[in-house]
Design a protein around this ligand. Structure first.
Ligand SMILES: [Zn+2]
Length: 122
């Protein structure tokens, strides 16, 4: 059985359609509590990012077996209008601004990659 593709789950407000990630018990826009869970788009556009050039505190950060390498983190804006904080895989950090990215993993944190970049395979 093939591994199902990764998908993030958010919540949608039944009153105003506002989508939140991570899922919320109450709507951040209108305060209603009529939230239902919804699968989110698996691709989006980089809204903003920065480059983590030193190893974060460990734990919780788990460095790769072959040592820390700088990586990009940022927000990916999905079609639902929600921005997801994620690790961003790319060939060149400069290409990330406004780039279209696809979800490649959901754990331990959401991870997106520019097209043609295999997620986490570096
Ligand atoms: Zn609402």
């Amino acid at each position: 059985m093939p591994t199902p593709p990764p998908v993030l789950t958010g919540s949608r407000c039944g009153a105003c359609d506002n989508v939140a990630f991570p899922p919320a018990d109450g709507c951040q826009r209108c305060g209603q509590r009529a939230m239902s869970t919804v699968p989110l788009s698996t691709s989006g556009r980089v809204w903003g990012h920065t480059v983590q050039r030193f190893a974060p505190k460990s734990p919780p950060y788990v460095p790769p077996a072959d040592g820390f390498v700088p990586f990009a983190v940022g927000y990916v804006e999905l079609a639902e209008g929600v921005k997801v904080e994620a690790v961003l895989d790319c060939v060149d950090f400069d290409e990330l601004t406004g780039a279209e990215v696809e979800l490649v993993a959901t754990t331990p944190v959401p991870r997106f990659a520019t097209r043609g970049v295999g997620g986490g395979a570096r």
